[in-house]
Design a protein around this ligand. Structure first.
Ligand code: ZN
Length: 164
């Protein structure tokens, strides 16, 4: 089933569409918008869980072997950020240190929840980081509702999804 926001800054967009462009809005609307139905909130929590617990479909950018757990984001604000599917790293110390040769880079958890904790996060940063996170899941192509639903239906998870 497709759940559409019927009001607010993301009016007429589905939960999935908002999730992959403005992930922090999900958490915000879950706790601040009273008009959301129980089914809507349940689906919202499931989408958040999946995007925070997916098994990446790419390898560590340093050892080219392990599954990455961290995303390197280099902030040089207000000019730009440096983020890429090549800058994803596993938990090995040597791999993590190769990520930090660029002085403004910091490692974050490779999950959409990182978007909720970025210190300064205008729209274009959320979008750039979201693109890399989506690529890390293995998503290619246009972000249609059908494609996003299929992605989340088949995504491999690190742990079983709880009952929301
Ligand atoms: Zn590695």
């Amino acid at each position: 089933m497709t759940f559409i926001y019927e009001f607010g800054q993301h009016k007429n967009k589905s939960i999935e569409q908002v999730a992959v462009t403005d992930f922090p809005y999900l958490l915000w609307s879950d706790s601040n918008v009273r008009r959301l139905s129980d089914d809507f909130k349940k689906h919202l929590k499931e989408v958040r869980f999946k995007l925070n617990n997916f098994v990446p479909d790419v390898k560590c950018g340093a050892c080219k072997e392990n599954i990455p757990e961290h995303i390197s984001i280099g902030m040089n604000l207000p000019y730009g950020i440096s983020v890429s599917t090549q800058y994803l790293y596993c938990d090995e110390k040597s791999c993590k240190s190769s990520a930090l040769t660029y002085e403004k880079a910091q490692l974050y958890h490779l999950a959409f929840s990182t978007l909720e904790s970025l210190p300064y996060s205008p729209k274009w940063i959320r979008e750039d980081v979201s693109e890399v996170l989506l690529a890390a899941i293995g998503f290619r192509g246009r972000k249609t509702q059908a494609a996003l639903e299929a992605l989340l239906e088949h995504v491999e998870l690190k742990k079983p999804m709880p009952q929301f």
